[in-house]
Write a protein of this length. Structure first.
Lengths: 107, 114
């Protein structure tokens, strides 16, 4: 079993849609959690950290469920510019990356 | 505002050839990393350097060597390239190898071994 698992997608959604990505992790000792965004043929960049109480950054909301070892990312009012691959990242110490979920937002 | 810089961006090698990927960061970070990214596999850690003078194996170190030349620079060497090493390589850095530290990536090096 992979340490971090994500649905690879692609998720094809129209502009304005709400889309949710899920991620599960296997190491219960994990302490830090992140979502990174990676555009096609570019490097990954930090989108947001994920806090135990859940957190929001504009149209993006991240949730953590430690009991179920589950992380989610919700994107509201999708924009064309949100098209990218979203990487779930878990850190018991060093960062462990999921394979990513691809999002394609169309007009 | 360079951040993490890696070279070359693209390289084609013949099986058995050697090459070194160079990486430098200007953020005064202590820790540096080399990852490879393959379709469907996510980013996998090859080697990392927690601080100047130390290096440690990651998840997939076989076929690679590294050198932490100084605090700024961390190179990755393929001594005898194999087709299985065709991949995108990312260098990265962070303040420390510690849960919660943000990691910053270079733009990637596309390597093809034929």
């Amino acid at each position: 079993r992979k340490e971090v698992e994500q649905d690879p997608g692609p998720f094809n959604v129209p502009e304005g849609a709400t889309v949710a990505f899920n991620c599960t992790y296997s190491n219960s000792a994990s302490q830090s959690f992140f979502w990174y965004r990676q555009d096609c043929r570019k490097e990954p960049k930090l989108l947001m950290s994920v806090y135990s109480s859940g957190n929001e950054d504009g149209r993006f909301t991240a949730q953590l469920n430690r009991a179920s070892q589950y992380i989610s990312l919700l994107i509201r009012d999708s924009k064309l510019s949100d098209s990218a691959t979203y990487l779930c990242v878990v850190s018991p110490r060093k960062l462990i990356f999921g394979a990513g979920t691809r999002l394609a937002v169309h007009p | 505002n360079a951040g993490v810089t890696q070279t070359p961006k693209f390289q084609v090698l013949k099986t058995g050839q050697s090459m070194t990927l160079q990486c430098a960061q200007d953020m005064n970070h202590n820790s540096m990393y080399w990852y490879r990214q393959d379709p469907g596999m996510g980013l996998r850690l090859i080697y990392y350097s927690a601080s100047e003078g130390t290096t440690d194996k990651g998840e997939v170190p076989n076929g690679y060597n590294v050198s932490r030349l100084n605090k700024r620079e961390f190179s990755l060497r393929l001594e005898s390239a194999a087709p299985s090493q065709t991949s995108v390589y990312f260098c990265a850095s962070s303040e420390a190898v510690r849960s919660g530290n943000t990691i910053y990536f270079g733009e990637g090096s596309w390597l093809t071994v034929v």
